[in-house]
Design a protein around this ligand. Structure first.
Ligand code: ATP
Ligand code: MG
Length: 320
């Protein structure tokens, strides 16, 4: 089963991105990309986008995402090419119902790409015949749209695309913001937001942020999301970093201080090797470049036949 996932360079990567996404990019036959085309749906700074794209790709490699599976979306032109064909397969009505568009868009100065990017995301998925799309719950609606588009395309133009599966079970921990534990930790938070753990922040900063995490006025360590979101988030993070059960973990703590110490140790044990590998790769841009070229070529080879099939199916027969 082919696995595919992209991650948009819209801010520095967080612990949430690592535990919920990067860490699960393990399929040696998978396709994992820096979704830089998706980072242009709102006003963007070209220099920052280029720097973040390189940082993301390097972090993916540092996190152990299998070599050859990592590429930069804009390096593989089939994505934008298929996206146009899928824009011609989808309806204004269904795109207007996308939650992200309803929240962020629908104003005169909204970029047209914010409206159409679910078609680009459908292209990302459908190009590779991916059945498994390991994304968080915030992306469910887009995966569902990709399914609808694939089904419609196959019906109207002939069997071309694999219909991807919906992610049913909760696939990963939702890491919450340490300062506001009812909201999710997000990379597009302000760069200096104290509740966001950035993967490349210095270890002492990360430890300090965890020690300052918002809890509650009781002192009982209990896994109870509704009544104790801060403590529950810390237990979930500890469980995700140590591969254990958060409800069981709660029983071994008598104070918030001791819990926070262990969370900090566990988070740094995950982040430290990643930062070391990042630092090593960052001094060897040639090696990163080489891996990205390898990833690009593999993605181009894998996606071209399906783009050609879709092109022909739609009646775009030209000189060939
Ligand atoms: P943005 O604020 O730009 O949406 P984000 O942090 O939500 O940033 P995305 O690019 O939307 O990141 O998502 C990248 C991947 O990381 C997705 O698979 C998403 O589900 C996962 N992810 C994002 N935030 C978290 C989180 N707090 N906990 C677990 N997984 C997360
Ligand atoms: Mg998001």
């Amino acid at each position: 089963m082919t696995s595919l996932s992209g991650i948009t360079p819209s801010g520095r990567l967080t612990l949430g991105n690592h535990l919920g996404a990067l860490r699960r990019f393990t399929d040696p036959d998978g396709f994992y990309f820096v979704a830089n085309l998706h980072a242009m749906t709102t006003k963007h700074d070209p220099r920052r986008l280029a720097a973040l794209t390189r940082e993301f790709a390097t972090l993916m490699l540092a996190a152990g995402v299998p070599e050859g599976t990592v590429f930069v979306q804009s390096d593989v032109p089939t994505h934008a090419q298929l996206a146009y064909l899928l824009e011609c397969t989808s309806y204004v009505g269904e795109l207007s119902r996308m939650i992200q568009y309803k929240e962020k868009g629908n104003r005169p100065m909204t970029r047209a790409s914010l409206f159409t990017y679910p078609c680009l995301m459908a292209a990302d998925i459908l190009l590779y015949g991916a059945e498994r799309v390991p994304v968080g719950g915030d992306q469910d609606q887009h995966v569902e749209l990709a399914r609808d588009i694939a089904i419609r395309f196959n019906r109207e133009y002939g069997e071309t695309f694999v219909v991807p599966q919906l992610n049913k079970a909760a696939l990963a921990t939702r890491v919450k913001d340490l300062a506001n534990p009812t909201a999710k930790m997000s990379k597009s938070a302000a760069d200096d937001a104290i509740g966001t753990i950035r993967l490349l922040d210095p270890p002492d900063v990360i430890r300090r942020q965890i020690m300052r995490a918002v809890t509650d006025s009781e002192n009982e360590v209990r896994h109870d999301e509704a009544n104790k979101p801060g403590v529950t988030n810390l237990l979930d993070i500890l469980a995700a970093c140590t591969d254990s059960d958060p409800v069981e973990l709660a029983k071994s703590y008598a104070s918030y201080g001791a819990l926070k110490q262990d969370v900090a140790d566990a988070v740094l044990a995950v982040i430290d090797p990643l930062q070391k590998e990042y630092a090593r790769l960052a001094t060897d841009p040639g090696a990163v470049e080489h891996l990205l070229v390898q990833g690009r070529d593999r993605a181009l080879d894998a996606s071209t036949p399906r783009l050609q099939a879709a092109t022909r199916a739609m009646g775009l027969a030209g000189s060939a």
